[in-house]
Ligand binder design. Sequence first.
Ligand code: DLL
Length: 434
Amino acid sequence: MIYSREWETMLREDLHQLQVERLQMTLNQVYRNVSLYKDLFDEQNIEITDIKSLDDLSRLPLTSKDDLKQSYPYKAFAVPLRDIVRIHSTSGTSGTPIVVGYTKNDLNIWSSLVGRVLSSVGIDSHSLVQIAFDYSQSTGGLGFHYGAEKLGASVIPASGEEVLKQIQIMRDYRSSALISTPGYALHIANVLEKQGIDPQELNLTIGLFGAEPWSEKLRSEIESRLKIKAFDNYGLTEIIGPGVAYECEHRCGLHVSEDHFIVEVIDPKTLEVLPEGEEGELVFTTVTKHAFPLIRYRTGDISKIIPGTCECGRTFRRIARISGRIDDMLIIDGNNIFPSQIEALLFEIEGVEPHFQIILTRVEGFTAIELKVEITPDFFSFDEIKRAEDFKHRIDHYLSTRLGLHAKITLIEPQSLGRTSGEKISRVVDLREE
Ligand code: DLL
């Protein structure tokens, strides 16, 4: 069902007009209130009054994660803290997170946008929605919670429960929709199988998954094992959280809520805007957010705008499923981590070389991590098994307390990661889709 027909099926020309008006308001607001934008615009001699059409958008500077990190914690907020009613942050567990704020009105808009996502996949006031995303600093749990409540669905905030409890809730409360990462859905499917529970006994018909990359292959597997219809949805904390783009019943790309976000695709090398149909980096400009507006924000996510219209009647353009990242950010069960964070950590541990390789596989739906770490030549010999074990525990402890990661640590001999032969070491081997 289309949640807000008036907006989601607007004539394209009306939508363009609306986007331009909202963009001009946003530019005014950021120029007056956020030094990041004022400095950038002044440096590049940009007069915001010269931005009169969507074609002018590409004259504005691009912004990135680094700009926002430098604004930590509140410098990129466009309203005083007294107007902020909610604060979330990116899941980067070390280094500088990006802190985002919402006014009351921002939260209202956010829950309507999430309402669109839920409604689009068939969730309504009769649905029992089980949310397995964390209710935490990351945006998945609370974002979906308020969206589902706004829609009048019965919400079961089940995050934090272990999987057997999730299954018990699913069975006894007769949940009809599951909202989680696709990996978690697969984990539930595995546990159901182990417990001998036939998914047909459950009431579950809809799965709404996102927050991490997945494939059509994984979609088919989840669908056949859980006996549900599975949908993709996309969002990121900086832009708002979930609610940026969503699949409809035709599942041929994700509609972007263009009345709130202007989408562009750029070539990440030349930074030129690419035409529809060409793959590149997604860039978003928010045009209705008050607390944390973003201008031409580079997401790092690779996709393309799908040309043509969708049979569902929505006029919002569609982006293709995210096919990768332009950087090396890893998404591990919905948490975002850069290999450089692991490297920085290894630098701190005596006896370890900052040379490593991460091997990712999927075990029962979750990401299993093996971290191969080179030790320094003079530290100890491999024969001392006990010492090697202590050493592995130390690395594991560092990883779990500082990055929230659990990994199988394998110590390897110095220089064994291919550097002597001049090979390029690939620091990440991702076998999760195999
Ligand atoms: O993952 C928000 C979200 C929560 C979206 C729940 C959907 C469902 P972050 O933690 O800031 O926010 O991570 C954002 O996750 O830049 C993408 O790289 C990746 N991502 C999000 N959704 C998808 C998806 C939330 N459907 C980062 N497919 C983004 C592939 C996704 N990658």
